[in-house]
Ligand binder design. Structure first.
Ligand SMILES: [Zn+2]
Length: 208
């Protein structure tokens, strides 16, 4: 990293943020002095109270209920950070490939993405708060490094117990910040890219 790490309210500016074009950081970067907007924390707190109460229930009704929570959180955050409209597109949140089978896969939410052309977040595989925050960071304009730092640190602030469980676990957070060398990280990104191409993915999650 050539630039200093963000601190204090560095990642809390309103409107669309500069994309510095950086990839995933090689490990989780915890910045205890990073601060967040109270209004943003409150939007996430609403979801925390209601998220996944029925363990193992992946019925269509439950999927819709949890999707509504994620959508409300993301759109609420978009209001807080003033990023609801981009190039004539209102921020859209949708989901696809969300079934009991996808839910149980390792790194289930890893194919979620943000399409800057249509200002659309697509959640895939499993609803994960940290994934929704990660993709929302891209919707604000952040590159991988800034969105990983922002989403991981705000998640840790609000879900300290879940955060501890995630560390070292086969989970989205590890997927977002996979262990490995820079070459391995690049390979994994290429794999994900070709996966999407195979599904006729038009937007590009990585090069915003
Ligand atoms: Zn990303």
């Amino acid at each position: 990293m050539s630039e200093r790490l963000p601190d204090n309210l560095d990642l809390e500016h309103l409107g669309f943020q500069r994309n510095r074009g950086r990839s995933y950081p090689p490990h989780a970067i915890i910045i205890p002095t990073l601060k967040f907007k109270i209004a943003a924390l409150n939007e996430i707190r609403h979801v925390r109270a209601e998220h996944i109460t029925k363990v193992g229930d992946y019925s269509p009704e439950e999927i819709e209920r949890v999707f509504a929570l994620h959508k409300r959180m993301i759109l609420g955050l978009a209001e807080v950070y003033h990023v609801m409209e981009k190039n004539g597109h209102t921020l859209t949140v949708q989901y696809e490939d969300m079934t009991p089978a996808t839910w149980k896969q390792p790194m289930a939410s890893g194919n979620s993405s943000y399409d800057p052309l249509t200002h659309t977040i697509t959640l895939r595989g499993k609803f994960s708060i940290i994934t929704s925050l990660h993709e929302f960071g891209h919707a604000r304009g952040f590159d991988e490094e800034d969105t990983v730092i922002w989403s991981v640190n705000i998640f840790k602030r609000l879900f300290p117990n879940s955060f501890i469980k995630l560390v070292g676990a086969d989970h989205m957070m590890i997927q977002q910040i996979p262990p490995g060398t820079a070459e391995q990280l690049q390979e994994r990104e290429q794999e994900k890219r070709s996966l999407r191409n195979g599904r006729h993915w038009n937007g590009d999650h990585y090069n915003n």
